[in-house]
Design a protein around this ligand. Structure first.
Ligand code: ADP
Ligand code: MG
Length: 412
């Protein structure tokens, strides 16, 4: 027997559950696709394309819908001799400046044998190469900048590109931009002149509800798993859990894939509700670990303060900032660190809330005026504890008895 053997008992084709699998149709986005198609219509008409801004939380089908429509646009344009379309899709995750985006665009539009290097040219020279290439290509050039918020503050390209024609940089081609972002605040941060042009048309993708997610999962599961492998309640449970959380199809698919993988690793004959629950814990733990990696030690202590306060007084949830701050100061002293001031501590709480590790609710102080925040942990306590344990912060922190108390209080 070899070291590796193909295991096929659970999956028929697990790739279908992966993020980069392109579904043939996107049934649950009918309304959004209709609107999106309308916005792209000028392209087929040979008119100046509209710039489109697409936003919505992660996992709601923005990328899938865009790739789906680009594909159809290119196909359908073939029947019109006078329409010539070039599409470029760029994910900006690694393109954190206008310079990098411009180089990536030049290379995407150029012949593979004629690429430019990623350093060594002045920005203006790269722009010149871009205008020249765009003019050579002619027709309509549709440029998709996915996760466009990664470009950051250095966003001159978002100003230059849409205006290239009106500023006489190009004359033979019409450029349209589709900007996609998970972060709606990105828009507010833009220079108003950039915002006006980039967001000429805008489209919001809302989170999916449980029944949307159930349909999406059923279709993909059908070809991903072997017949009869999924217990009947597995798909509805994945859909319900993801809907309760963020309404993300990505999250729902991840859960289903991880549940199947657990069944495979445990040599079980079917995938059950228990596998889904176990998968949820595992994924949640990975997510916290991932987002905790970049925190400072005070960020870690802040989370520990929330966990410890929760365990100490489960009835005291949601927790007041002062309770947490007292707890945090004790922990900082126990580990020989100078505690941060109240304001800096507050920033750590805000950061953990932004990462989805804490849930923060605003409270009004009634007639006395003023608002304040209350906090509670928004991930499985067990997952937060294991993450903290794995950090090996200090021997002075008795995480073992914390875990024991949490168990005694029925919190884990
Ligand atoms: P976003 O770009 O909004 O973060 P994606 O478009 O990448 O989200 O979608 C995440 C995952 O969910 C992908 O695997 C995608 O194929 C799938 N997905 C999203 N919406 C649908 C849908 N309506 N039907 C089928 N699969 C979908
Ligand atoms: Mg995306």
């Amino acid at each position: 027997m070899g070291l590796f053997e193909r295991s096929e008992e659970i999956f028929e084709d697990e790739n279908i559950l992966h993020d980069d699998y392109q579904p043939q149709s996107l049934d649950e986005r009918g309304h959004e696709l209709e609107q999106y198609t309308d916005y792209l219509q000028p392209v087929i008409n040979g008119a100046q394309p509209r710039n489109i801004f697409l936003y919505g939380k992660t996992g709601v089908g923005k990328t899938a819908a865009t790739k789906y429509l680009l594909h159809h646009l290119e196909e359908d344009a073939k029947q019109y001799d006078d329409v010539q379309i070039t599409t470029v899709y760029l994910n900006c995750e690694d393109l954190t400046s206008s310079y990098r985006v411009a180089v990536a665009l030049v290379n995407a539009l150029r012949d593979p044998a004629n690429q430019i290097s990623r350093t060594g040219y002045p920005l203006n020279a790269v722009y010149e190469m871009l205008w020249e290439r765009l003019d050579e290509i002619g027709g309509t050039v549709l440029i998709v900048l996915d996760e466009v918020d990664y470009i950051g503050d250095d966003d001159s390209i978002l100003y230059q590109l849409p205006r290239a024609r009106s500023n006489d940089k190009i004359e033979n081609s019409r450029v349209g931009i589709v900007g996609i972002s998970n972060d709606f605040k990105f828009r507010e941060k833009l220079d108003p002149r950039v915002e006006d042009t980039l967001c000429e048309r805008e489209l919001h993708f809302p989170p999916y509800d449980a029944s949307d997610l159930q349909h999406i999962l059923e279709k993909r599961a059908d070809h991903a798993f072997r017949d009869g492998i999924l217990d009947g309640d597995v798909v509805p449970l994945c859909a319900a859990l993801a809907a309760q959380d963020r309404g993300s199809a990505r999250q729902a698919l991840d859960l289903l894939l991880e549940a199947g993988d657990l069944a495979r690793r445990q040599n079980d004959a079917t995938v059950t509700e228990d596998h889904v629950r176990e998968a949820k814990q595992l994924l949640e733990k990975q997510r916290i670990e991932e987002s905790m990696k970049d925190l400072t030690s005070h960020g870690h202590l802040t989370l520990l303060a929330v966990v410890a306060s929760t365990v100490a007084d489960p009835d005291g949830i949601p927790l007041q900032k002062q309770t947490l701050y007292d707890q945090y100061q004790d922990l900082a002293q126990a580990t020989d660190r100078d505690p941060l001031g109240g304001r800096a501590f507050h920033n750590h709480l805000a950061e953990l809330s932004m990462l989805g590790i804490l849930d923060r609710t605003k409270q009004n102080e009634g007639r006395a005026g003023g608002i304040y925040y209350e906090y509670e942990i928004d991930v499985a306590l067990d997952a937060a504890l294991s993450t903290l344990e794995n950090l090996h912060m200090s021997d002075e922190l008795d995480l073992e008895s914390l875990r024991k108390n949490a168990r005694e209080n029925g919190l884990i």
